[in-house]
Design a protein around this ligand. Structure first.
Ligand code: 5RP
Length: 293
């Protein structure tokens, strides 16, 4: 039986302090459930509303690409500097220690290799397995204008439905076919379709012209992929421009893990994303950290 001796008669109800009812800080996410918002808060830092996602899921269609030959050696040292890891379940279970508490964004589509038509994907991870892995979100490729456009969109809507049952957000990754024009018009179309059909946030590429119209017309947060490897200063400029034009973060792979100094580079990217650091100052930081390493 509980010990009643310590029960006190005086109580403080703070009658003059109304209970706070806070709006959720993330664009377009206010009406989501608690679990969904909590997972998004593990991805997007509540202090800045932004995220540095480290993407190393490329092996799901490319195999051991440059920089990802040994994820235990090359990528795990970067994890402490990322807000979120984007990866496959195979790598999660074989390489990532469960003591690592970073938010996991699970690659949940697949089924093709770079030797075939990439848009011919399906959902490749069961929702129950995503729950077992305690993921913060699931990622699915959407090929607007691609050969299997409809199939990839339906993959996304199915994942949104499954995730909604359990409070797990879906990241729609807009994938651009080799022959397609990467411009703001295309990305406005692709991101908006993903958001309209339920994606909780959308990954896209940065474009030099009118990128702010892409972020403005997408009702949920946008993160940018890094794309092919650029010189470090150029990659930092791209991240800076995207953030200043409304992106809520980066989901960057090759421009970090193929850098000459990946641990320094991810810290420079963080400075741009979370501290609004200019690309020039972030590049100085990169060089200083690289010299010290
Ligand atoms: C693969 C992906 C990658 O995660 C994405 O392309 C990010 O990596 P990078 O910055 O190297 O482009 O979605 O399909």
């Amino acid at each position: 039986m509980a010990d009643l001796d310590a029960v006190q008669d005086t109580k403080e109800y703070y009658l003059d302090i109304p209970q706070k009812s806070e709006a959720f800080y993330l664009k377009g996410s206010n009406a989501l459930g608690w679990g969904m918002q909590n997972r998004l808060a593990r991805i997007f830092n509540p202090e800045t509303g932004r995220t540095v996602m480290l993407a190393f899921d490329h092996g799901y269609f490319q195999g051991a690409t440059t920089g990802l030959e040994r994820i235990d050696v090359n990528i795990m040292p970067l994890a402490p500097f990322a807000d979120t890891l984007m990866l496959t379940r195979g790598i999660l279970r074989s390489v990532v220690p469960p003591s690592m508490t970073k938010a996991i964004v699970m690659r949940a589509s697949g089924g093709t290799s770079m030797l075939k038509e990439l848009s011919n994907e399906e959902i490749a991870v069961d929702i129950e397995d995503s729950i077992r892995m305690n993921v913060a979100a699931m990622a699915v490729q959407v090929f607007i204008g691609g050969e299997y456009e409809k199939q990839s969109i339906i993959n996304m809507t199915k994942l949104v439905d499954q995730g909604t049952r359990y409070g797990i957000p879906t990241l729609a990754v807009t994938a651009v076919g080799k022959d397609m024009v990467r411009d703001a018009r295309y990305f406005r179309l692709a991101t908006r379709i993903c958001a309209e059909l339920g994606a909780h946030y959308v990954k896209t590429y940065y474009v030099e012209k009118d990128f702010e119209t892409v972020t403005a017309s997408c009702p949920v947060p946008i993160v940018i992929a890094g794309g092919k490897k650029l010189p470090e200063l150029d990659a930092l400029k791209m991240a800076y421009n995207a953030i200043q034009q409304g992106a809520a973060g980066v989901d960057m792979g090759r421009n970090i893990f193929q850098s000459e100094a990946p641990v320094s580079m991810i810290q420079a990217v963080r400075a741009v994303v979370h501290q609004n650091e200019t690309p020039e100052k972030a590049y100085e930081l990169y060089k200083t950290l690289k010299a010290e390493a």
